[in-house]
Design a protein around this ligand. Structure first.
Ligand code: HEM
Length: 141
């Protein structure tokens, strides 16, 4: 039983699901009065904080798995799909940072433009997660 792979799959499923849930949250909040939209923004903020830990665990478990697989050949042992996957993992991480920053600017009264940016970055997180999953399956199956 590979417990590290199990942890990797659980946290990447959490990250993918939470970013999708936040996209639903954004769509709903856009149609609600300001008071209710603020409540939903609070929920997104909590998800975002949990997301910090989830992304840290995705990196930790992923690097741990990679360290155990390379053998003597180092990074050359991995197929091209794995390297492309890593680009999307980087994009996912940067999008998360962008979403967290934009959401905190919006919470400080930055206005609708920061909410729109946070929404775009969140879409970036979700789409990069989907791309990373497809590329991981391509790389390892
Ligand atoms: C630092 C980032 C990451 C590293 C170094 C990494 C590395 C790895 C490695 C080495 C495996 C193969 C494990 C094995 O077969 O024993 C793996 C599996 C997998 N990874 Fe990652 N990963 C990272 C991030 C991600 C992210 C962000 C996602 C998706 C959102 C993801 C999705 C998957 C999936 C779906 C598998 C299973 C593939 C399969 O067995 O068919 N990984 N990862």
């Amino acid at each position: 039983m590979n417990w590290m792979l199990a942890l990797h799959l659980v946290v990447l499923a959490m990250g993918t699901g939470m970013s999708f849930s936040n996209l639903v949250n954004f769509a709903l909040a856009a149609r609600l009065p300001a008071e209710q939209a603020r409540l939903l923004a609070g929920l997104r903020m909590v998800m975002g904080r949990i997301g910090d830990g989830v992304i840290a665990l995705i990196w930790l478990s992923g690097l741990f798995l990679a360290a155990g697989m390379g053998g003597g050949a180092g990074m050359d042992a991995f197929p091209v799909a794995f390297h492309v996957k890593m680009l999307f993992v980087l994009l996912l991480t940067l999008s998360h940072i962008g979403a967290r920053y934009s959401a905190s600017r919006a919470a400080k009264g930055g206005g609708a433009v920061w909410i729109m940016r946070a929404r775009l970055f969140t879409a970036g997180v979700f789409l990069s997660a989907v791309a990373s999953i497809v590329l991981a399956v391509l790389a390892f199956r």
